[in-house]
Structure formats: C-alpha cells, structure tokens
Design a protein around this ligand. Structure first.
Ligand code: NAD
Length: 417
C-alpha cells in the first residue's frame, strides 16, 4: 500500500512538470513548488476506554501559502502516509488557486482506524491532534476541515480544543463545523453539488441528456452519497450503481440513494440492499454508464482498468482517483475528464464562505450559498474548458496551468522567487 500511496505524490509532481514548460517556470520555481513549505509530524498519546494508552502518528503539511493562509482537510485513515498527505496538500494548493480563493493549500492526517475507535476515543484523538498542531494553525495561518472519515462532530471537537488553547472562541479556526457552531449552510453537500454543476456544463458540451443519463458512484460516503442523491434529484439521472469499501450494488432500473443510505446506516454497508445485484468495486468502474463518479480514495482508475471504462464523463470528486497511465488511456478513448482540482472544489469554496461568515459574523442562507457556489464552479469549468480548447491540452493540463500560474504570480509579486 505504501507504494500505491506514494504513486499519488509522483503523479501530482508529474502534473506540475507537465505545465512547467508552458508556464516557463525556472528550475528554482519548480524546485520550490515540488515540495511543501512546511511539514509537522506529531505523536499523539490517547487514553483508550479500556484504560490503556495508545500512541497515534499524525501529520500536517502546509504546501504553499503564497495566495493566503493554507487550508485543507484532516483524514483519519489506517493507511495514511506522509506522502499521501503531501500530495493532497499540493492538490489543495492548486485547487484553491484554480477557484480563485485567497488561500494556500494544506492537508492533515492521522494513522488510525476510526471504525475500531469509540466515539469518546475519536474525540480524545481529535483534541490531541489539535494540541499537536496548535502552534502552526489558526484563522490567519492554516484552517483544517473534514476529509475521509472525519465529519462535522470531529470539526466541533477540534474547534473547541483550539478555542480552549487560545482562551477564546475561535470559530474561524476550523471549517466544516455543525451550523450551530458557525458552520455554513450548504457545506454538507457542497463538494458533490459543486461537482455536479461542472457535470451539467460538461453534459451540455457533449450533448448528453442528463434526464436519461446513467450514473455510477464509487464510494458512498459524504461526497458519494450526496453526488448520487443530487444527480437524481437535480437532473433526474438514473443512479444505477454505488459502492463502499465492502463492495458495490447495481440496479438497471436505478437505485434510490436515500433509501440505500438508510440501509447502509442500519447494516454498515450498501451490500445486500433489497432488489440490487452485488458487484465488485472493479465491476462498478466498468459499467455501461454516461457518468462515472469516483468518490472514494486515490488511484482507483489505473492502466489495468482504464481501457474498460465506458463512461463518457469522469467526474473526479475524489482526490487523485486516476493515475497518469490510466488518464492517458481515458484520453485516447475520448472520455471527458473533469479533473479533481476542478470537480471537487465545491468543498473548499463553501469552507471559504464559512470563514468569511465567521470573520464577519454574518450568516448566509442555503440559497445564497448555492448560487455563489454555482457561479464559482461554472466560471472555473469554463475557464478550464476554454483554456484546454484554445491550447489543445487536456482538461487537467489546463487546470494545472491556470492554477500553478496564479501561485507563481503571487510568489513573484511577494518577492519570494
Ligand atoms: P468519506 O469517509 O465520507 O467516504 C469515503 C467512502 O469511500 C466511504 O463510503 C468508504 O466506504 C468508501 N471507500 C473507502 N475505500 C474504498 C474502496 N477501496 N473502494 C470503494 N469505496 C471505498 O469521505 P469523503 O469526505 O466523502 O471523501 C471522499 C473523497 O472525496 C476523498 O478522496 C476526499 O479527499 C475527497 N474530497 C472530499 C471533500 C469533502 O468535502 N469531504 C472535498 C474534496 C474532496
């Protein structure tokens, strides 16, 4: 798994190299951009419910802060590594730049299996993590948010711990909080909703009728569930398959995502959903659908399976779901890829709206958040699409070139390089 995880870092660096020539990056700029500005490793002793003490390892990576305070989620995962965290922090940097947010990129992680921890153990771990990284975070420095296996409750504990250490309420230190604690309306489905706004624009370009489109979603967590639910609700798509870490389910007539979610909550998995056929996660990726949404982890579409992907649109709601080799195959087949830094930017966009509301003491309604989000996602999609068409490059190359170009401009204006 270690090498599988460092693959994401290699690929992210490779994407940077690909746009370096077009941007006329000097070797010094490239050297600076291919590594994070700052990394912190923490050891976290946590009192377990049985009275023992367990030491967890964690990281915080602040990749680049040229455009503003860094921002990025915290992942709780048994296979988390510094390389993955570094790669995800780089992706956050390019994502914030692409979406024109006044923020840099960061990421955090703790190596743990939350499925084996109690509620109270997760609370103690979350608080320990914040104590560990307290010195380098804060509303003007670096603002954590949720990612895989962390949620609004975890963000509430993290914000509370930060506030205790600061001796005052600092709601703006963490985003993705519950709304009663300064969280933003519309944050819960922002990543999926934002991604679907780009899918709608892509479908118009490709002449795909979303009302009859079939959708498969790999990973039925926060992002994947909302993507499935909203694809059906907003566009009338037929969601034919969804999956989680245990396997996939399929129904040619379409699934009811809300009902599947209820089933997953009561049984622990999407598997054995009444009336649906069981598939493997691999089989889901190869289904005859118009839209494939990877919403689980990285390196899911590779040179081994890309040739079998039948979708016309690949909406990368997960970070780094497609390897470079997998992407080359998809490109040769004419699959329209909406790259991760474009497609899943809705999460950090609404996190940024949350920061703005926390700074100003204002509370925006869900409609206002949605229309602001839609405007930003559409603008970013069309700027990437137009750049790609004009310069005859892929959507990912276009997205990276626009994003890295902005970070470089900020570094130059600040006199860094
Ligand atoms: P989550 O923990 O809520 O969900 C992850 C889902 O993936 C779970 O359903 C899990 O069962 C499934 N999964 C794990 N391993 C799998 C495997 N091997 N095969 C199939 N499914 C598997 O996490 P999330 O917040 O929904 O994040 C999903 C992805 O979206 C990640 O790549 C994350 O970095 C990215 N992302 C999340 C946000 C956000 O706002 N949460 C924003 C941008 C990007």
């Amino acid at each position: 798994m270690g090498s599988r995880r460092s693959k994401l870092l290699e690929d992210v660096k490779q994407h940077l190299c690909t746009c370096a020539e077009g941007l006329k990056l000097t070797p010094e700029m490239e050297a600076f951009l291919e590594m994070p500005m700052r990394e912190l490793y923490v050891s976290l002793p946590v009192h377990m419910d049985d009275g023992s003490i367990k030491v967890f390892r964690g990281f915080r990576v602040q990749y680049n802060e040229a455009l503003g305070p860094t921002k990025g989620g915290v992942r709780f995962h048994p296979e988390d590594t510094i390389e993955t965290t570094r790669a995800l922090a780089a992706l956050m940097t390019w994502k914030c730049a692409l979406h024109k947010l006044p923020l840099g990129g960061a990421k955090g992680g703790v190596i743990c299996n939350p499925k084996e921890l109690s509620h109270r153990e997760i609370e103690r771990l979350s608080r320990a993590y914040i104590r560990g990284i307290y010195q380098i975070i804060g509303p003007d420095r670096d603002i954590p948010a949720p990612d895989v296996y962390t949620n609004p409750q975890v963000m509430a504990w993290m914000m509370d711990e930060y506030s205790k250490l600061a001796g005052k309420n600092v709601f703006g230190a963490i985003t993705g909080k519950p709304t009663i604690l300064g969280g933003s309306a519309g944050r819960y489905d922002a990543t999926a909703r934002g991604g679907l706004y780009t899918v709608r624009e892509a479908a118009k370009k490709l002449g795909i009728n979303l009302k009859t489109a079939r959708v498969a979603v790999h990973g039925f967590g926060n992002v994947g569930y909302h993507a499935a639910y909203l694809a059906k609700k907003m566009f009338g798509c037929k969601v034919v398959a969804v999956s989680d870490s245990k396997g996939a389910i399929f129904s040619a007539d379409g699934l009811d995502p809300e009902d599947v979610s209820g089933h997953k909550h009561s049984t622990g998995s999407v598997l054995n959903y009444p009336g649906a056929k069981t598939l493997t996660n691999e089989e889901l990726l190869e289904l005859d659908v118009e839209i494939l949404i990877p919403a689980s982890l990285e390196n899911v579409i590779t040179k081994e399976n890309a040739g079998k992907v039948k979708a016309r649109i690949l909406a990368e709601m997960a970070n780094g779901p497609t390897t470079i080799e997998g992407e080359a195959i998809l490109n040769s087949k004419g699959v329209h890829i909406i790259p991760d830094i474009l497609c899943n930017g809705g999460g950090v966009i609404v996190s940024y709206f949350e920061m703005v509301q926390n700074y100003s003491g204002m509370q925006w309604g869900e409609e206002e958040i949605r229309s602001r989000l839609e405007r930003k996602m559409k603008e970013a999609y069309h700027s990437v699409y137009n750049f790609a068409s004009k310069n005859n490059v892929t959507m990912r190359q276009a997205a990276y070139t626009l994003a890295v170009g902005r970070v470089v401009e900020a570094m130059q204006l600040r006199g860094w390089i």
